[in-house]
Ligand binder design. Structure first.
Ligand code: AMP
Length: 450
C-alpha cells in the first residue's frame, strides 16, 4: 500500500502529516497529487469523507514557494461559510511548518474587516463567491496574481445559484491559471461549466461501485413524456401499503416543483418536496415529516438529497434517468439499507434511453422492464422542455430576456480547445442544455442572504 513517503512531499509537509497521524494517502489524494502538480486543469469527482480537501491542498502546498507578495496566488471558492472555516483549518494543519498566510472570507461579516485583512497580505484566500466578488470589485483584493483556482463542492455551488457569481469572478482572474474543481456529483450544470471554461481537464474520480446492493430490486418503464410519467406514478402511489415511504428523484428544482404540483391533486396530505430554493426551515420540517411517516412521499433533487439521513425508504423512484450513471447508483443506494429490501423504479423517455444504457453498462445488469399498465393514460400534454425547440424559442422571447454580462464574452481561440476524448457527457450536455432560468439579479439577492 502506498504511503505518504511515496508522494515526493517536502519535509514540512511530511512533518505536518506525521503530526496528524496519517500514514496512507486516500485514493483521491494519490491520484490528484501528480495531476495537480502538473499544472493542468483538473476535475475531481469525490464526496466529502474521501480526503478530497487534502487532495488539492497537498500538491498546492508542495509547490508554493515562500513569497512576501501581498496578493494571493491561490484562491479556493466554497459554497458556505462553514466550509471556508473548515478549509482554512485544513490549510493551517498542513502548513504548520511553512511560512504561509491563509485568509478565509465570507458573507455576513463586516466587509471593512475583510478589506483590512486582505490589505495585510495573504498567499491563499478561501472564500464564498459573493464576498470574494465584493472584495475583488472594491479593488482591495487584487486577483491578477492568482495562479491556481480551486472550486470545491461545485455541484452544491451551482445548485445554490452561484453560477453568475462564479462567472463574474472568472472575469477578474488572469486567463492563464490552473483550474481545479471538485464535485461530489456530475450534473449537467457542472459539465456545462467545465466545457465552457476548462482546457482539456484531467478527470479523476473515485470509482463509484457499479455493483448495487443485492437487496435492491430494480425495475424500469419506458414512458413517452413527463405527464405520462405522472399518470403512472399516480397509479403506483395509490397503493399505500406497498409504497409506504417513497423518495422520488427529480432532475432539477423546476421539475421537482412541477411534479409536486402534478401529484398534489391526488396526494395533497402525503407529499413534500425539497430542493435548494426551499428555505432551510421548510426543508428540515419536510424531512422530519417524512422520517416520522407523517408524509410518505418526498420529492428531492440529487444535490439536496445528498447526506440526508432518510430512514427505511421502501422505494426510490427515478422520475428522470440521470445522465451520469454514478448519480443513479447514489440514488438507489438510498433504499435497501441494513437488512431491509429496497425497490427502485426507473422512468425513461425515448431521449433518456442512452442514459439508461450507460447505467446498465456500469452495473453490467439489464434492468427488468415492465410495460405501462393499460389503464394508465398516455398523455399528449408536453412540458416546455419537451416541446419542439422553435415553438419554445418563440414563446420565450420577451423584452426582459437575460442579456449576457461581460462573463459571456466570446471565448479566445485557445479556450475553445476541448478534450475531444469521446466524452458522451459533452454530447449529452449539449443535447439537453437547458434555458437559463435565473437572472443575475435574483442570484445576487439570494447570495446576500447567505
Ligand atoms: P474530506 O473528504 O476532505 O472532507 O476529509 C475527510 C476527513 O478525512 C478529514 O477529517 C480529514 O482530516 C481526514 N483525512 C484526510 N486525509 C486523510 C488520510 N490520508 N488519512 C486519514 N484521514 C484523512
Amino acid at each position: 500500500m502506498i504511503t505518504f513517503k511515496d508522494l515526493d512531499l517536502s519535509n514540512p509537509l511530511i512533518n505536518a502529516i506525521d503530526d496528524l497521524g496519517f500514514t496512507n494517502p486516500t485514493f483521491i489524494q494519490k491520484d490528484a497529487f501528480p495531476v495537480v502538480r502538473s499544472g493542468k486543469d483538473v476535475v475531481g469527482i469525490a464526496q466529502t469523507g474521501t480526503g478530497k480537501t487534502f487532495a488539492y491542498i497537498l500538491p498546492i502546498l508542495r509547490d508554493l514557494k515562500f513569497s512576501k507578495q501581498q496578493n494571493p496566488r491561490v484562491m479556493v471558492l466554497v459554497p458556505t461559510r462553514e466550509l471556508v472555516l473548515q478549509v482554512v483549518e485544513e490549510f493551517e494543519k498542513l502548513s504548520k511548518y511553512m511560512s504561509l498566510r491563509v485568509l478565509g472570507v465570507y458573507g455576513g461579516v463586516n466587509l471593512n474587516r475583510h478589506k483590512q485583512a486582505v490589505a495585510e497580505g495573504c498567499d491563499i484566500i478561501v472564500a464564498t463567491p459573493g464576498r470574494l466578488y465584493d472584495l475583488g470589485l472594491s479593488r482591495v483584493l487584487k486577483l491578477k496574481s492568482i495562479q491556481k483556482l480551486v472550486i470545491d463542492e461545485v455541484d452544491v455551488m451551482l445548485d445554490l445559484g452561484f453560477r453568475f457569481q462564479i462567472l463574474n469572478i472568472f472575469d477578474l482572474l488572469p486567463q492563464r491559471r490552473q483550474n481545479i474543481m471538485f464535485s461530489a456529483t456530475m450534473t449537467d450544470d457542472v459539465e456545462a461549466l467545465i466545457d465552457e471554461f476548462f482546457i482539456a481537464p484531467h478527470k479523476i474520480s473515485i470509482a463509484v461501485s457499479g455493483t448495487p446492493l443485492d437487496n435492491i430490486k430494480q425495475v424500469c418503464y419506458d414512458i413517452p413524456n413527463f405527464y405520462t410519467k405522472v399518470n403512472l406514478l399516480n397509479k403506483l402511489l395509490f397503493d399505500k401499503e406497498e409504497f409506504s415511504k417513497v423518495l422520488i428523484f427529480a432532475p432539477n428544482k423546476r421539475n421537482a416543483d412541477r411534479l409536486f404540483e402534478a401529484l398534489k391533486e391526488e396526494f395533497p396530505a402525503q407529499l413534500c418536496v425539497i430542493h435548494s430554493n426551499k428555505t432551510q426551515n421548510y426543508r428540515i420540517r419536510s424531512i422530519e415529516q417524512f422520517n416520522r411517516g407523517d408524509k410518505r412521499i418526498l420529492i428531492a433533487t440529487d444535490v439536496i438529497a445528498r447526506g440526508l439521513d432518510l430512514q427505511e425508504i421502501t422505494h426510490v423512484i427515478n422520475f428522470d434517468t440521470p445522465n451520469f450513471p454514478e448519480n443513479y447508483m447514489h440514488r438507489i443506494g438510498r433504499t435497501g439499507r441494513a437488512e431491509h429490501e429496497g425497490k427502485s423504479i426507473l422512468f425513461s423517455t425515448e431521449k433518456e434511453q442512452e442514459a439508461k444504457k450507460r447505467i446498465e453498462e456500469l452495473m453490467n445488469y439489464t434492468i427488468p422492464k415492465l410495460e405501462i399498465p393499460d389503464d394508465v393514460q398516455i398523455s399528449k400534454q408536453l412540458t416546455e422542455e419537451e416541446r419542439p425547440k422553435e415553438e419554445v424559442a418563440n414563446k420565450n422571447r420577451t423584452s426582459k430576456e437575460y442579456v449576457p454580462g461581460p462573463a459571456f464574452h466570446e471565448k479566445k481561440d485557445k479556450n475553445k480547445k476541448t478534450n475531444q476524448g469521446g466524452s458522451y457527457r459533452r454530447e449529452i450536455a449539449k443535447k439537453y442544455k437547458k434555458p437559463k432560468t435565473r437572472s443575475p439579479k435574483n442570484t445576487s439577492k439570494k447570495n446576500k442572504k447567505r
